[in-house]
Design a protein around this ligand. Sequence first.
Ligand SMILES: C[S@@+](CC[C@H](N)C(=O)[O-])C[C@H]1O[C@@H](n2cnc3c(N)ncnc32)[C@H](O)[C@@H]1O
Length: 226
Amino acid sequence: MENIKIITTEDGSHSLYHEGLKETYHSFHGALQESVHVFIEKGLRFWRTKSGLPKQVDIFEVGFGTGLNALLTAQFAIDNEVKINFTTIEPYPLDMEIIDQLNYATSIGQDNLKTVFKELHSCKWEENIEISPYFSIHKIKSKLEDFQTDQRFDVLFFDAFAPSKQAELWTADLLQKCFSLLREGGVFTTYSAKGQLKRDLKSVGFEVETLPGPPGKKEMVRGIVN
Ligand SMILES: C[S@@+](CC[C@H](N)C(=O)[O-])C[C@H]1O[C@@H](n2cnc3c(N)ncnc32)[C@H](O)[C@@H]1O
């Protein structure tokens, strides 16, 4: 993958730079900090707390990419002894040569996560794979535009490239699709806080909240199906 380069973000964790899009996979202020804040804390932990700490969570992610969100979710599942089923879509899987160089387990401070991280990437696509008693992953090679399922989820991690780089993924039509993928009480979380995104989320039925962003970013957005 000649057009993808590894970079180190301000918290010491790696990210990738896509030369074609001129865009990074995470905030350059800190990839790990961003993923923990936006997806784990304001998405997964928030949904679980408000739902009375259920013992199972079904998550859907748009954009598997480096697998950082999946790794952090697997860690959350093990630490909290909660069963998490993680479904993720990605039309452009990364080469193992890149994945092998990413420092996420070390950045998290748990070298034992290295094996989990490797398994998340090496396991088969299009199948439900049990990575641990608490975490299963189903990777689907698809664009959000083409993805179809009857399944419904509790939490949706919307981690597409920024609206300025990939506007076609942030349309009201696709946000409507995200709304339909969630159960009653479900939570949509993303790092962007664009005004148009908030208006579109409202227009498709979400209750919209603007929250403080991760370090280096003022705001982020969460949508709730109520
Ligand atoms: C901002 S990156 C984040 C990826 C990942 N969550 C991570 O932490 O590395 C966006 C991801 O969306 C993927 N993507 C691009 N087009 C897409 C589409 N049409 N549908 C779903 N995902 C897409 C990209 O290939 C990339 O992996």
